[in-house]
Design a protein around this ligand. Structure first.
Ligand SMILES: C[S@@+](CC[C@H](N)C(=O)[O-])C[C@H]1O[C@@H](n2cnc3c(N)ncnc32)[C@H](O)[C@@H]1O
Length: 315
């Protein structure tokens, strides 16, 4: 295995607690560590390092002589991770960009194969709790939703320019929204009068589009449409599929890869790719049944409630 020159660093005790006050509570940390089966000297990629919660838990297990490659496409999250992980320098390399380009990211660091990889999909608390990023229908903000702020298309561009049929398809496929039809129609009618530029403006249009009974469900009526827009703006399924297809080449023998998903649209392609890879003899699946967070964790961190963990080991 080729390795970047990562060096050795000191273990700062106060930064090692993954539950310490942070921007995003990392999910299923114990299970992630158990399935990654980390060893000193290994090279591991945290492909969605966010504000660095999982990275912080992983790094101590790689020392001495190991290194972590922390990838994220959100520069704000990454600058927080840089500060949180500063004491692990030079054992951590930060790469800003999409994990869809992981092979190129690693080759730029002269790494051809890794011993472990973590993918923790979806958005971070930092993103959803920052109204100016436009991910939340509960807070007023620009209808943006880009994880990578240099990306060209925002959610506002989508809702203001896509034909009604495209919006319908988007909300049905990526949001599994029952009322996609009505919502798409209402959006197109509303934007004739004025452009839809804020989160709360869109949330209100969605609520008005629904029959009264459907406004009172467990989920906020805008949940599914916001999920669909976020997934489309960031091409989340495209990036996931690109990464899954690189796994056979990127994993060293005995390397482990872990994927955490938060809804079935993400979990299905992972389950399928893992099963196909096992049939082709690339790896064995370590999680015959999907692993879910403990009740205690869900009580502590309700955002973990829909998490599903799948793991493989390269042959
Ligand atoms: C659930 S958060 C990860 C949280 C992280 N594990 C932690 O403990 O702080 C998901 C992160 O993945 C990032 N992300 C999503 N899609 C990405 C992609 N295609 N490439 C790189 N990062 C991505 C998001 O910007 C976000 O920071």
């Amino acid at each position: 295995m080729d390795e970047a020159d990562c060096g050795v660093s000191v273990l700062p005790k106060e930064r090692m607690n993954p539950e310490s006050p942070a921007w995003h509570k990392p999910v299923m940390v114990e299970e992630v560590l158990r399935y990654l089966n980390l060893r000193p000297g290994s090279t591991v990629v945290d492909a969605t390092s966010g504000t660095g919660g999982h990275s912080l838990a992983i790094l101590p297990h790689l020392l001495p002589n190991g290194c972590l490659i922390a990838v994220d496409q959100d520069p704000k999250a990454q600058s927080i991770a840089r500060q949180r992980l500063i004491e692990f320098q030079p054992s951590v390399h930060f790469a800003s960009g999409s994990f869809r380009n992981l092979s190129q990211i690693l080759s730029a660091l002269h790494i051809s194969k890794v011993d472990g990889l973590l993918l923790d999909l979806g958005m971070s608390s930092l993103q959803v709790d920052s109204p100016e990023r436009g991910f939340s229908f509960l807070q007023e903000g620009p209808l943006d939703m880009r994880m990578d702020p240099t990306a060209k298309m925002t959610a506002s561009d989508l809702v203001n320019t896509q034909p009604e049929e495209q919006l319908l398809e988007l909300f049905s496929q990526l949001g599994e929204e029952r009322f996609a039809n009505r919502i798409a129609r209402h959006i197109v009618a509303a934007r004739r009068a004025v452009s839809i530029t804020t989160t709360t403006q869109l949330a209100q249009i969605i609520v008005q589009a629904l029959p009264a009974a459907a406004r009172r469900g467990r989920l906020h009526p805008a949940t599914r449409v916001f999920q669909a827009l976020r997934m489309a703006v960031n091409d989340e399924l495209g990036a996931l599929s690109a990464l899954l297809s690189q796994l056979p080449d990127l994993l060293a023998p005995k390397a482990r890869a872990i994927v955490l998903t938060f809804h079935s649209l993400e979990d299905r392609p992972v389950k399928r790719a893992f099963a196909q890879g096992e049939d082709q003899g690339f790896w064995k699946i370590l999680t015959k049944h999907v692993v879910k967070p403990s009740r205690e964790e869900v009580l502590r961190n309700p955002r973990a409630r829909s998490a599903k963990l799948r793991a493989i080991e390269r042959c």
